[in-house]
Every structure is written in structure tokens, then in C-alpha cells.
Design a protein. Structure first.
Length: 387
């Protein structure tokens, strides 16, 4: 898509060139190509050293310890390991889970599967800005609640939840584990695994300019146990069997280190770009900004356009502007965004929304081009529909 403007960074990001170079060094005879579990020879030892370094880089970027990092194939697997792992290990303690209607499918679908197996799940409804208030969590906890799963940054609207306050409530209740999907958080806002009081946290490499196909689950070193989902090999503290892909975790480690080193001015730059984008789109009239503007990361903007249909709008800008109508994991499903529906948007407005993801490589020229393309497309579609 060399001729188009890319504003879909919430779904995926290009791999940073420095990350790609570090990964490539693990794939040839001249590099650390060995199996990191085979430490009886130099090749395996060299790979193991790189894996340990990557583990430390990821941990440093999110306020965790290296021994709390468990490699996975991505945040989806991490979410599944956290939810099914807690449910399996603590099933004699209780069978109630608390989550929110605006969670990612990688959390909602495991919860629904557990419901089919006899568990009870409470789905909290956010306010109209997409915020889950800590007192909602406190009020919904039950005597047999074993897990609360609330995402840090929403992948469709960018709203940031007060995880520290929710963590304090879970600790006060006693015996309740807190899991946080933080796939969208790295490089966009501060993450403090220990300071938040979180027991489990899911991370993704490709949301932070790392490679696709690798992620991690942070597992607090004290008081948290999981039932593994796969067996055979005993890697990753026995929680995730399988050969660790050295090149993938090296890429994730460096991506997290680079994200941590980004200056505060970068967030300010992206925030200014988002406001430029919103002001341009708002001039159309009949536009609604989805999500609490004050409690969100600067990298996401979700807008509903009255009088048009989302898929028609996407088709109108296809080939010139890369955006999405919602999560990449639900893009094949032709239905209104369940996240926007949870915020109170009706089906029509939920279907007529676009998600713009801004990133490290977004420029003012990109924003201005995007505004021009969307205004042209929306105006034409409104004329056709007569609205």
C-alpha cells in the first residue's frame, strides 16, 4: 500500500527496522540459531542468553521481574492461559468470573466457553464514555469470585481503565486474581505491573513495532498459580510447553526497550495529530467521537458518521486510506461494534464508525490527507443516501 495513508496502527504496526535486524541475526549459521533449551552446547547457550536478555527487556518496560515473563504466541494465547489457567487451578475455590462487555474477543470468548462449562460470568457495562468505574467492580464481586479480567487500554476506543484502583479492590476482597489485557498499552501509556497490583497481564509484540506471532503473559511471582493449557517439554516454568522462538522474543524484547526509551514529546506529538484529525472530521457535522477523550491514549480515535454506512465508507476510501471499523479480530464479522453498542450507541451509528490508529510514523501530511479523503467520501455517500 505504498500510495495509501496508513492509519490502522491499533490493529498492527510495521516492524521497526532495528528490531528486524536483531531478529535476522538469530536465523543464520553466523548468528544465534540454536535451541535456547539446549544448553549443553555453545549454540544453545548463545540463544538462551539472548532469550534471557529479551525477558529482562520486556520486564523492564512494564514494571515486572524477568522471572514473571512467560512467552506466548501473542496476547490471545496469553489471555487464554490466564483465564483458563486460573479457572482450572482455582475451580474448587469458586466459579465466578468478572469482566466487562467491552473486552477483546480473546477475553470474552474464553469467558463464554467457561459459561458453557458451568461457570458464572458477570459482564460489567461501562459508562457512555467507555469507563469501567472501580466501584462497579467492588459491587459485582461475589463470595466465590476467583478472577477479574479488565483490559487496560481498549482496542477500539482507546479508553484507559484505572487498573491500580481495581487492583486495590481485588486485593482487599482476598483470593481474587486480577488479569489485565495490556496489548494496546505498551508505548502508549505507563504500565506498572507491580505498582498496579496485577496478578496476570497479557502483552503483545506487534502492537509495539515488534514481530507478529509472539507475546507474553506476566505471572506475579507470589500467590498466583495456573493450570497449563499445553504440555510437553516443561518450558516457561511448566506453564507453556514448546521451543521458545529466539528470533521472535529477541524482537519483542528490543521493541519494548525502544518503546520505553521514547521521549514524552512523542506522546505529545501523537496527541496533537489526533486532535488535528478530530477537528478536521468534526467540521463535517454529524460526527460523534466515541470514548472518553480525557481518559484515553492519544493513539486512537473512533468516530461515528451519521448518514453513512461503515462498510460503504471503508469501500469508498479503500486503496487510499488504511483504517478499520473496529477490532482486526472481528473485521470479518458484518455486525455493529459490540464495544460501541455497550457505550449506548444505536446499531446504525455503531455500524457507521471508523477507528483511526496513529503511530510512530504518522505525519501531519497523513492526517490532512486522511481528513480530505474521509470528508469527500462521507459527503458523497450522504448525497447518495439523501441524508
Amino acid at each position: 500500500m505504498n500510495s495509501s495513508v496508513y492509519l490502522d496502527y491499533a490493529a498492527t504496526t510495521p516492524v521497526d527496522a532495528r528490531v528486524a535486524a536483531a531478529m535476522a541475526q538469530c536465523l543464520t549459521m553466523e548468528g544465534a540459531f540454536g535451541n535456547p533449551a539446549s544448553t549443553s552446547h555453545h549454540y544453545g547457550q548463545a540463544a538462551a542468553t539472548l532469550v534471557d536478555k529479551a525477558r529482562a527487556q520486556v520486564a523492564a518496560g512494564v514494571g515486572a521481574g524477568p522471572d514473571e515473563v512467560v512467552w506466548t504466541s501473542g496476547a490471545t494465547e496469553a489471555n487464554n492461559l490466564a483465564i483458563f489457567g486460573v479457572a482450572g487451578y482455582y475451580r474448587e475455590n469458586g466459579r465466578h468470573i468478572l469482566t466487562a462487555r467491552t473486552e477483546h474477543k480473546a477475553v470474552l470468548d474464553p469467558c463464554r466457553e467457561l459459561e458453557r462449562r458451568g461457570w458464572r460470568v458477570t459482564y460489567l457495562v461501562p459508562d457512555r464514555g467507555g469507563v469501567i468505574h472501580p466501584d462497579q467492580v467492588a459491587a459485582a464481586l461475589q463470595a466465590d469470585t476467583v478472577l477479574v479480567s479488565i483490559m487496560h487500554v481498549n482496542n477500539e476506543i482507546g479508553v484507559v481503565q484505572d487498573i491500580a484502583a481495581i487492583g486495590a479492590i481485588c486485593r482487599k476482597h482476598g483470593g481474587v486474581k486480577l488479569h489485565v489485557d495490556a496489548a494496546q498499552s505498551v508505548g502508549k501509556c505507563v504500565i506498572d505491573f507491580a505498582g498496579f497490583g496485577v496478578d496476570l497481564m497479557s502483552l503483545s509484540a506487534h502492537k509495539a513495532y515488534g514481530p507478529k506471532g509472539v507475546g507474553a503473559l506476566l505471572v506475579a511471582r507470589c500467590g498466583v498459580h495456573l493450570q497449563p493449557l499445553q504440555f510437553g517439554g516443561g518450558q516457561e516454568r511448566g506453564l507453556r510447553a514448546g521451543t521458545v522462538p529466539t528470533h521472535q522474543v529477541v524482537g519483542m524484547g528490543l521493541a519494548f526497550e525502544l518503546a520505553r526509551a521514547a521521549p514524552p514529546s512523542e506522546a505529545e506529538r501523537v496527541a496533537a495529530l489526533r486532535e488535528r484529525l478530530w477537528q478536521g472530521l468534526e467540521s463535517l457535522g454529524g460526527t460523534m467521537r466515541n470514548g472518553d477523550a480525557k481518559q484515553s491514549v492519544p493513539h486512537l480515535l473512533n468516530v461515528s458518521f451519521a448518514g453513512v454506512e461503515g462498510e460503504s465508507l471503508l469501500a469508498a476510501v479503500k486503496g487510499r486510506l488504511a483504517v478499520s471499523t473496529g477490532s482486526a479480530c472481528t473485521s470479518a464479522v458484518q455486525e455493529p461494534s459490540y464495544v460501541l453498542r455497550a457505550l449506548g450507541r444505536d446499531a446504525v451509528l455503531s455500524e457507521s464508525s471508523l477507528r483511526f490508529g496513529l503511530g510512530r510514523f504518522t505525519t501531519e501530511a497523513d492526517i490532512d490527507t486522511a481528513v480530505e479523503l474521509v470528508i469527500q467520501a462521507v459527503s458523497r455517500l450522504r448525497r447518495i443516501s439523501g441524508l
